[in-house]
Design a protein around this ligand. Structure first.
Ligand code: XMP
Length: 521
């Protein structure tokens, strides 16, 4: 495996992704990890990420200098490049002219790192400081007009670094440079493929679980579904999947989940019909946070009620993914890998109840989880399912939830999804990209707590409006309202009014996030 030392940039994750795209397993570690800890992890190579600090600043993150003496190949980018220079006795200087965005480097000698790339090439720069003198034993392999040491290396010690960012797509030959490092220089084999992984992970789960039983809260979302499919492959009916139906899922969804995990995958599937209990608890509740609290608390109550009735359950499987782990720990606390699992305490185990956790996806990024899902044979409607909030439709009904409102929202939402699924499919066909520029990332209907006047036939109506929400985004942190063609919006509107009783008006939400949020509550 390759360890990516994280100096606090977002680049760390991106680097790990690029390495994995080349079928080499990589993991992010905090930059202050010691040489002994590195040795214990037995990596094949190290990559030092970029970062926002200045190497000579007080409190600037740095590495244990012994790390560079382990005899491992090392590749540093940007801040990692400067750190390498500073630690090994070169010089970094602050300049007033930064270099941001595309730049052209000119290579001035042969280098294995630049194998199969041209003498002049476009790279992505983002720095103010730069290396002004390479350490002893290093040679400079490229430069730009403002950056004398755009890359340097000491091939005898397999130490390489670049001021630019090969992990960024704008660096024309970035992926080639990375593969030169991993395959030609380090001699790593690209064996990290989804098919291999399914085999290895199943074996690991079987070995860990032995004859014990595993329980999983299956929501029907991508992550828990992939865990369920993996569990089915690894231990079959030793795994119980508990699907708690709170009645707030989208139309047809509970049936789909049940179908997949009873017909296609052989697990022990328990469908808990908690619709009435949730409806009673939510009756008259209008505050969004109160709805969330009730739904979240009841979820664990329902789950543990089932779990405690099953005999011999030792493990609780969870669909925790890598970004959850990185975000919950290492990065925020600046702590070491061992402290990063604090989010586990969030599971409210009842008094005297304890299960050991199994989190088979805790080293995967979201789209790797999807690939794994496909490799396991999960249907595309689950693997490419859009994000859906845990509290479900309850937070898309403004004000109190009632059976009548739920029925309206489910039907209207089904039409929005049907039409926009088709719209996305057309874009996918045209562009070959699943989340292409104008495809919708999340789309649904919202039911506000108002009525408005309309006219149908000769009669005045006084009924509910439905709001369409459709956004383009990649991570939900920011989002833009989707610039849907008028015909698509028009068709959704007329279908909803014609097909959903109780609705006489449709509006489209044209606010981005920020200032609005994606959901209405
Ligand atoms: P907002 O509305 O904050 O949503 O822009 C960002 C993303 O998070 C989802 N979301 C939730 N997911 N529980 C969840 O599991 C929640 O309470 C919740 N609220 C919002 C939302 O669907 C969007 O993808």
């Amino acid at each position: 495996k390759v360890l990516v030392f994280d100096f606090g940039a977002q680049y760390g994750q991106l680097i790990a992704r690029r390495v994995r795209d080349l079928h080499v397993y990589s993991e992010i570690v905090p930059c202050d990890i010691t040489a002994d800890e590195v040795r214990a992890m037995n990596p094949a190579a190290l990559i030092l990420s970029g970062g926002p600090a200045s190497v000579y600043a007080e409190d600037a993150p740095t590495i244990d200098p012994e790390v560079l003496n382990l005899g491992l190949p090392v590749l540093g980018f940007c801040y990692g490049h400067q750190t390498m220079a500073a630690v090994l006795g070169g010089e970094v200087s602050h300049s007033d002219i930064g270099e941001y965005g595309p730049a052209t480097i000119e290579r001035d000698r042969e280098s294995a790192l630049f194998n199969a790339t041209p003498i002049e090439q476009t790279v992505w720069m983002s720095h103010r400081d730069s290396v002004s003198r390479a350490p002893e034993g290093f040679v400079v392999t490229s430069s730009t007009d403002v950056c004398p040491v755009a890359s340097m290396e000491c091939p005898e010690r397999k130490l390489y670094s670049t001021q630019f960012h090969p992990e960024v797509r704008h660096t024309e030959y970035g992926q080639q440079i990375l593969s030169n490092f991993l395959f030609n220089i380090c001699g790593i084999e690209p064996t990290w493929t989804m098919d291999n992984l399914v085999e290895t992970m199943s074996r690991e789960i079987r070995e860990k679980v032995g004859d014990d039983r595993v329980i999983l809260a299956l929501s029907g979302g991508v992550d828990s579904s992939v865990v369920a499919a993996l569990g089915a492959r690894a231990i079959g009916r030793q795994m119980t999947c508990v699907f708690i139906n709170h009645g707030l899922l989208r139309k047809g969804e509970p049936e789909q989940v049940e179908e997949v995990f009873t017909k296609q995958f052989d697990v022990d599937f328990i469908h808990v019909h908690a619709e009435d209990r949730y409806a009673a608890l939510l009756d008259g509740v209008t505050e969004p946070e109160e709805k969330r609290r009730i739904i979240g608390t009841q979820f664990w109550k329902e789950f543990f009620a089932v779990a405690q009735q099953l005999d011999g359950v030792k493990y609780l499987a969870q669909g925790t993914i890598y970004p959850d782990i990185i975000e919950s720990g290492a990065r925020k606390t600046g702590g070491k890998a061992s402290t990063i699992k604090s989010h586990h305490n969030l599971i409210p185990f009842p008094e005297g109840v304890h299960f050991d956790l199994i989190e088979p996806l805790d080293h995967f990024f979201k789209d790797e989880v999807r690939e794994l899902g496909l490799a396991l044979g999960l249907p595309e409607h689950i693997v490419y399912r859009q994000p859906f909030p845990g509290p479900g439709l309850a937070i898309r009904i403004i004000g109190a939830v009632s059976p009548e409102k739920l029925e309206i929202l489910k039907n209207a939402d089904a039409i929005v999804r049907e039409e926009l699924d088709a719209y996305n499919a057309r874009l996918f066909e045209a562009t070959g990209e699943r989340n292409s520029e104008h495809s919708c990332w999340q789309y649904f209907a919202v039911l506000p707590d108002i009525k408005s006047v309309g006219v149908m036939g000769d009669e005045r109506t006084y009924q509910r409006p439905v709001i369409i929400r459709a956004v383009e985004s990649s991570d939900a942190m920011t989002a833009d309202w989707a610039k849907l063609p008028y015909e698509v919006l028009g068709k959704i509107s007329s279908r909803i009014v014609a097909e959903v009783p109780g609705v006489n008006r449709v509006a489209y939400d044209i606010t981005s996030k920020p200032p609005a949020t994606i959901e209405w509550e």
